[in-house]
Structures are given as structure tokens and as C-alpha cells.
Ligand binder design. Structure first.
Ligand SMILES: *Cc1c(COP(=O)(O)O)cnc(C)c1O
Length: 480
């Protein structure tokens, strides 16, 4: 594409496209980067410049871009049919995929309800949880307990159970009431966790064991207290297990998910695991809940999947449930147990074909093992950021598998945050982009979300670029 074409598209973008999660005034003051093509871990703009895709195209790409096996699977499906409905008809790719998911999912999750986005997978889960208790003659169990800082998507139910001050404040009039138990956020521990032994300079808050233990006790204690009062009206607890993504990569100490699951069982409420971000290998296991499974914890009652499910090719989501839940929705027609819910493109064959090919590739390339090696490389290469003299603006690094959040601050000793309007996270990521690596912050948390199949050479280059940028980064001090 020549420079004039790029200019024309940029002008049309500014005139007509409203970008998601984007301050549009500031967007229109800059020339947009227009990605035209991609190749493995590289995104290529209209002028032919190449960038490492350090956000997995918003956390969904798995095996790289234009993977021949997945491209072929989609093309072959295209030669048969692009879309047929699952309302009253079945299709080969949706059947194959549901069977493969049931094989791989933890515990007794055998049934898959398809939709098209993470948010819709969660909406299905919420309705299934409320419907389950309704059909079990307990219609009063219709409320939810969420985890503080949760993000489950941007539809109304998902906004109700998630909460982000920045994202949701204008829309509080639309949402239904939910209660939240505290999350084990090591950078903002509640006063109630008390005095802890001091933390050495080169240990991150999230790695400080006494803090992790105190936070786990405190958060699970609060959940226990809430359930004691509210279990009779609660349908389900909803969590992003192991790592809360949009909260800024807030990770949970080992055993935390099992602790939540134990309480869910004790008080007879369902557990919904939102693995839209953590699913498909990102934490070093196929599904994050697997980190905490044991003889008493088989898995969640409902599992929500999206993002990586189709390897980042096409919009697809799945809500998986146990046979026990399925039974609550089946019966004689006169019982009126049917779940009347669905979307036009539910179980789209092209998307399911991509997902089937992706799951095959997990096995063929031993991807989970590659991811675990990548996780070690990440921990190793980011070590220079531990030096407080060299990196005075790094407050914490939180990592699970290949999901990483680097929290920035104005002052590392007092943990004083940057002024929100200074957009320091954005400024830092812009400096990294200049060097050919695309990453995206969540506020002042810099997110690294490499493509799971990214070669170790590219991963190392991406990490070295980030570290080098940190070592040179001295943002102007706040004007007081
Ligand atoms: C991205 C995300 C969602 C929403 O998914 P969409 O496909 O954007 O609707 C839900 N939950 C989690 C944990 C996510 O990271």
C-alpha cells in the first residue's frame, strides 16, 4: 500500500471509526497505526513496518498469525459452508469441538453452550446459574458474589458482576446489585492484614510470602462471612481464577482458587470460573483452575471460555457445564425447563473449525511445555527491573505463566501512584512501540501478553526491549 492510501485510510478512520476502550479525542490527534497483514508473531503495517505482537492481538492469538494448519481448516470449512444455525440443526465443527473441549476441560464439564464473546459466555453462565436454582425450586438464590476488581466483559450482566471504577462508573444506574469479596491485591493490602515482616528491596509485593498468606486468610475469611449471611440468596460465586486480567494482572496465591471452591461447596452455591483470559495455556496449564485441583476439587460448576478458544481467528465463546446442571434444564415439555437463550451466530462453523484445528495444534506442537519454558525466560529476563536504583518507577511485577503485569508508580518507596491524567503507562508503551514491539497498558500497569507459540528468540527480543526502555525511562516528576 502506498503512502497516499495510508493517508486516505487514516482520514476515514478519524472520520468514521469509534475505537473500543479508546479516548477518541486523543486518538484523533495522532496518526493511527494501520495493521494490514501479519506473519507468525509479527504485525505488519500499511507501509511494511513489522512489529512484534506483544499483546497477542488483545490476549487471543495462540499459535501466531496465518498458521497454515488453521488457515487450511477455515478454508476447507469455507468450501463447505460459512454459516448454518444451531437452532434446531447441528453442524460437524460444533460437534467435534464440544467433544474435544469435554475431553480437555477439568472435572465433569461435559456440555458446551456456544456464543460469540467473553461477555456473552458470562451472560449465559449467569442465566444458567439462576435458572439452575429456579428449576431446583430455590428461586430466591438469584444473586452473585464476585471478586473485587473483576472484569467479565461489557454487557450489562457482565458489568454488574465485574467492577471497574474507570470503565463502569457512568453506567451504575443500569446494573443489578452484587457483592464482592476482597481480592488478594499485594499492592493495596487492606489494613486488616496487619503488620508483616519487612520485605527485602528485591522481592516484589506479589512474591512476599507472609503478605500472600495474610491476604489469602483475609480474603477467604471475608468470603466465608459473606456466605454465612448471603448463601441462601446466592446463585454463584464468580471468579477469574489464578489471574485477574483487566484488574491489572492481580494474581492469586497458590491454593486460593481451591479455597474459594471449598467455600462454594460448603455453602451450596455454584462456582463460575471465567477463564476467558486465562484459558488455553496462558498460565502454564490448559486451564488455570488445574493449578489447584485435588481429590476434593474437581473443577468449577461452570467454565467460561472465549479469547484463545479459536486461536484468535474468529469470534467464538463457550460456556461449559456439568451434567448435574444440564439435568436441571431437561425434562418434559410441560416442565418448562428449556433455556430459551441464544445468538444468531451461535456455534459458527468457521470459528469452530478454527478452534478444532487450534486444539490439535496444542498437542502437535507440545505447546503447554513451550509456554512453561517461556514463563521461565520471562522471569529471568525481567530480573534487572528488581534493582530499585535502576528502575525507580517499577512497583511490582506479577506473573503467572506468560501473563505479566508490571505496575508503575511515581515513587517506589512510598508506592505513590502516578497522576492518572499523565498516562504514564501509555507513554511507556509508546516508547516500546517505537522500537518495534506492540504492548498495551491497563492504566499504569504495563501488560505483557506474548503469543503462546512465540519463538523464544522473539520473546527474548521483546523482553529485552521492554527492560532496555525501563532502564532509560525517567518520566518528568509530577508538578506540585
Ligand atoms: C476479555 C475478557 C472478557 C470479555 O470478553 P469479550 O470477548 O471481550 O467480551 C471476560 N472476562 C475476562 C476475564 C476477560 O479477560
Amino acid at each position: 500500500m502506498n503512502a497516499n492510501d495510508t493517508k486516505r485510510l487514516a482520514a476515514l478512520d478519524h472520520a468514521h471509526v469509534w475505537h473500543p476502550f479508546t479516548p477518541m479525542k486523543q486518538w484523533r490527534e495522532q496518526t493511527p497505526l494501520i495493521i494490514e497483514r501479519a506473519e507468525n508473531e509479527y504485525l505488519i503495517d500499511t507501509e511494511g513496518k513489522r512489529y512484534i505482537d506483544g499483546v497477542s492481538s488483545l490476549w487471543c492469538n495462540v499459535h501466531g498469525h496465518r498458521v497454515p494448519e488453521i488457515d487450511d481448516a477455515v478454508r476447507q470449512q469455507l468450501d463447505k459452508v460459512a454459516h448454518t444455525t444451531l437452532l434446531g440443526l447441528a453442524s460437524p465443527p460444533s460437534i467435534e469441538l464440544a467433544a474435544m473441549l469435554a475431553d480437555r476441560a477439568p472435572g465433569k464439564l461435559t456440555k458446551t453452550f456456544y456464543s460469540d464473546a467473553g461477555a456473552t459466555a458470562l451472560e449465559v453462565a449467569f442465566k444458567v446459574a439462576v435458572g439452575y436454582w429456579y428449576h431446583r425450586q430455590k428461586p430466591e438464590k438469584h444473586r452473585f458474589i464476585g471478586l473485587a476488581g473483576a472484569y467479565h466483559g461489557d454487557t450489562t450482566g457482565a458489568m454488574s458482576i465485574g467492577y471497574s471504577e474507570l470503565f463502569h462508573r457512568p453506567f451504575l444506574s443500569m446494573v443489578f446489585p452484587t457483592t464482592w469479596f476482597p481480592n488478594p491485591d499485594p499492592c493495596r493490602p487492606p489494613q486488616a492484614v496487619g503488620n508483616l515482616p519487612p520485605r527485602p528491596d528485591n522481592v516484589w509485593p506479589s512474591e512476599h510470602q507472609p503478605l500472600a498468606d495474610a491476604l489469602t486468610d483475609y480474603c477467604l475469611g471475608q468470603l466465608d462471612r459473606m456466605l454465612r449471611e448471603q448463601a441462601h440468596e446466592t446463585a454463584a460465586i464468580v471468579i477469574e481464577p489464578v489471574m485477574q486480567g483487566a484488574a491489572g494482572m492481580v494474581c492469586q496465591p497458590p491454593g486460593f482458587v481451591k479455597g474459594v471452591a471449598d467455600l462454594a461447596r460448603k455453602y451450596e452455591v455454584l462456582l463460575i470460573a471465567d477463564e476467558v483470559a486465562t484459558g488455553f495455556g496462558r498460565t502454564g496449564k490448559m486451564f488455570a483452575v488445574e493449578h489447584d485441583l485435588d481429590e476434593n476439587f474437581y473443577g468449577p460448576d461452570i467454565l467460561c471460555l472465549a479469547k484463545g478458544i479459536s486461536a484468535g481467528y474468529l469470534p467464538l465463546a463457550a460456556t461449559m457445564v456439568t451434567d448435574e446442571i444440564d439435568e436441571a434444564f431437561t425434562g418434559e415439555l410441560a416442565d418448562r425447563r428449556t433455556l430459551y437463550h441464544g445468538h444468531t451466530y451461535t456455534g459458527n462453523p468457521l470459528a469452530c473449525a478454527a478452534a478444532v484445528a487450534s486444539l490439535k495444534r496444542f498437542d502437535d506442537t507440545n505447546l503447554i511445555e513451550h509456554i512453561n519454558q517461556s514463563a521461565e525466560i520471562i522471569a529471568d529476563r525481567l530480573a534487572p527491573l528488581r534493582d530499585p536504583e535502576a528502575c525507580p518507577h517499577v512497583l511490582d511485577i506479577r506473573q503467572r505463566g506468560i501473563m505479566v503485569g508490571i505496575e508503575l508508580c511515581e515513587d517506589r518507596n512510598s508506592a505513590r501512584p502516578f497522576d492518572f491524567a499523565a498516562r504514564r503507562g501509555y507513554e511507556f508503551c509508546a516508547a516500546v512501540r517505537e522500537k518495534g514491539v506492540i504492548i498495551r497498558p491497563l492504566g499504569d500497569v504495563v501488560i505483557l501478553m506474548p503469543i503462546p507459540a512465540m519463538s523464544h528468540a522473539s520473546l527474548e527480543h521483546m523482553l529485552d526491549t521492554v527492560v532496555e526502555t525501563f532502564l532509560a525511562w525517567r518520566p518528568a516528576p509530577a508538578s506540585i
